[in-house]
Design a protein around this ligand. Sequence first.
Ligand code: NAD
Length: 299
Amino acid sequence: MAEKIAFIGLGNMGAPMANNLIEAGYALTVFDLVQEALEDAVAAGAQRADSAAAAAADVDVVISMLPAGRHVEDLYLGSGGLLEAVDQTTLLIDSSTIDAETSRRVASAAGKRGVAMLDAPVSGGVNGAKAGGLTFMVGGVAEHVERARPLFDVMGKVAFHAGAAGAGQVAKMCNNMLLGILMTGTSEAINLAVANGLDPAVVSDIMKNASGGNWALNVYNPYPGVMDNAPASHGYKPGFGVDLMLKDLGLAMDSSLKNGVATPLGSMARSLYAVHSRAGHGGDDFSSIINLLKGCPSD
Ligand code: NAD
């Protein structure tokens, strides 16, 4: 509990994760490029810093929660990057969802400086982050994972050690490819039922309790009005954005090419999300893919 933490990246996910650490009694220094995000964190009890390097000076743990690989690489390895600023005893935890190669490169650079680093991407969405119910998928050395476990326990419900550096990102990439596929499939099924005159809530309840049951039906129904706290019932905002899902499916497709593994459904899901994004929905929640599939005219 004595650990002092720097939290970098206070967006949809980072802000509630940081809030849970503050509520659990940890001392947090925070940095984000967005002033409003910093002000909200200060109101919740954090101390603000003027730069990431300033936030990370004199802390025990740094947690980053940034959009993509280039942000993470720049944060740690860029000029004035964190690797230059932190003490050797500081544990670095990157919870952003990024490609495993970048994750390994940053962890290796940290290792060369004698600094421990974990990749610890999460699943569970914004509601999971708010409720402290995230699932952490962690890559790195077991001893460092155990050191971080009390923090994972505050922000999440479970933390898996997936393997060496980068393994957490691989697990997350595979999980999110499956999520993109099943959200698209769930949307197709509900749309078809509604087109046949069924109530979306009724058919969702039936499928949830039948062999089509899945996470989207359980906690993240894509049809408006079926689930009060799902983004679909709030104009598809806020939540896990279409462009973030597109990024994750792109990571999976890059990996499938590099490894020569067939991922036809992942490829189809990526194409659908790309079309949806280009139609102006990149900032909407990823469950809005249901709208792309609605109303195809028939002969
Ligand atoms: P977001 O865009 O809401 O937040 C990212 C934050 O990082 C923003 O506040 C931005 O200002 C800040 N930022 C960017 N560059 C920075 C820098 N150099 N220094 C300091 N702050 C910087 O994104 P999010 O939804 O919170 O997602 C964060 C990560 O978590 C992504 O990698 C995403 O794929 C992953 N993720 C998101 C969800 C979700 O449901 N939103 C779920 C699981 C995982």
